[in-house]
Ligand binder design. Structure first.
Ligand SMILES: NC(=O)c1ccc[n+]([C@@H]2O[C@H](COP(=O)([O-])OP(=O)(O)OC[C@H]3O[C@@H](n4cnc5c(N)ncnc54)[C@H](OP(=O)(O)O)[C@@H]3O)[C@@H](O)[C@H]2O)c1
Length: 337
């Protein structure tokens, strides 16, 4: 294994994705400025957001201050955002990426991802999970991911994004894009942690030159609590706690590290990028401080053995907040039912 350091990156074509990025899902606009500044100070050069996270404007404002201060330049940062579910038609890509660029106060992003393969009806920039009067999610079951991909490729041509990719796609959907594209996906972002290691998908992607980024890399602790606190239904939500796993705790103790650091270290050694989310400067620093130890072959294999396959999947069939139906009936629903 090549030695990993704070500047290590995954490469696909011209794309160089720093292997540790800051996740921002559920970070409120008020929390973002602190988080982004703490991350940049800790050495992060990769920020992950999405139009549906409703925090692009706050990230844009924080970045503007950072660039104006001269601390780092735009070219030193790798910024990822995503096309919302309700933008899954070729003609919708341009208005949505332009909206993201406007909010982020940027001329281009480094990577633009299709957030989810199954589409929803487009009801505008602010109604991203539209429902009918009965609370049924308004799916667009005519989603054509190959036509949609042409809309994504056009954004590279127009210079609005350097690279394009996919998120939450399964292997056969990824293959369909690879077999029919002009510009191949540089990256796929999927749920990936020690309990859901996605070994088949990762190996397929490596063979085909698609880099992989792990979301929920430490198991998204606090997710259920947060949803409950906000008054949302957590029906069907699976709770997993890799931070509490005895194997992880034991290895952490040996290296005088936190369980979170062992979880992240394993994933970067496994060959994927990680985007842990935190709004806490101490934890943001901790999550980047994973380059001063290395797992032994035995430790790596022990953690590899924690994989639970599909039983470890946390994000999936759950209903979208506020709706009474789920995406499962969509022809492009990506996960095993
Ligand atoms: N493409 C997609 O569909 C998709 C889906 C989900 C997520 N994502 C992306 O992936 C990112 C990461 O996923 P995630 O936010 O679900 O899960 P995660 O990064 O695995 O976990 C985040 C949670 O862990 C806590 N935390 C962070 N560092 C910690 C540490 N060192 N020790 C203990 N707790 C810690 C955070 O709380 P504090 O903030 O209080 O520290 C937060 O509650 C998201 O933010 C988003 O950018 C993408």
């Amino acid at each position: 294994m090549t030695k990993l350091d704070s500047k290590s990156a995954l490469t696909a074509g011209k794309m160089k994705m720093p292997i540790v990025g800051l996740g921002t899902w559920q970070s409120t606009p008020e929390e973002i400025e602190i988080a982004v500044n703490a991350a940049i100070d800790a050495g992060y050069r990769h920020i992950d957001t999405a139009h549906v996270y409703a925090n692009e404007s706050a990230i844009g404002a924080a970045l503007k201050k950072i660039f104006d201060s001269g601390k780092i330049t735009r070219e030193e940062l790798f910024i990822v955002t995503k096309l919302p579910f309700s933008g899954n038609r070729a003609e919708d890509v341009e208005p949505f990426i332009k909206k993201s660029l406007e909010e982020l106060q940027l001329d281009y992003v480094d990577l633009y991802l299709i957030h989810f393969p199954a589409g929803l009806v487009n009801k505008g920039f602010d109604n991203l999970f539209p429902t009918d009067e009965k609370g049924q999610l308004l799916m667009d079951k005519s989603t054509n991911i190959l036509e949609l991909w042409k809309g994504m490729e056009a954004q590279v041509d127009a210079g609005r994004t350097k690279s394009i990719g996919i998120s939450n796609f399964n292997q056969s959907q990824t293959k369909r894009i690879l077999d029919n594209c002009r510009i191949p996906p540089a990256n796929i972002q999927v749920e990936l942690h020690v309990y859901l290691q996605q070994k088949e998908l990762v190996s397929f992607c490596k063979k085909n030159g698609v880099t992989v980024c792990a979301y929920a890399p430490i198991g998204s602790p606090g997710h259920k609590n947060l949803l409950e606190k906000q008054g949302f239904s957590t029906e069907g939500l699976k709770v997993i706690s890799p931070l509490e796993d005895p194997v992880i705790k034991e290895i952490a103790k040996k290296y005088n590290k936190q369980p979170s650091q062992v979880l992240l270290r394993y994933l970067i050694e496994y060959g994927v990028a990680v985007i842990p989310k935190s709004i806490n400067p101490e934890r943001i620093k901790q999550n980047f401080d994973i380059f001063d130890f290395e797992l032994t072959k035995e430790e790596f294999e022990k953690i590899s053995g924690l994989d639970r396959g599909e039983d470890g999947r946390m994000f999936g069939g759950r209903k979208v907040i506020g709706s009474i139906n789920s995406f499962e009936s969509h022809p492009e629903f990506p996960f095993p039912k």
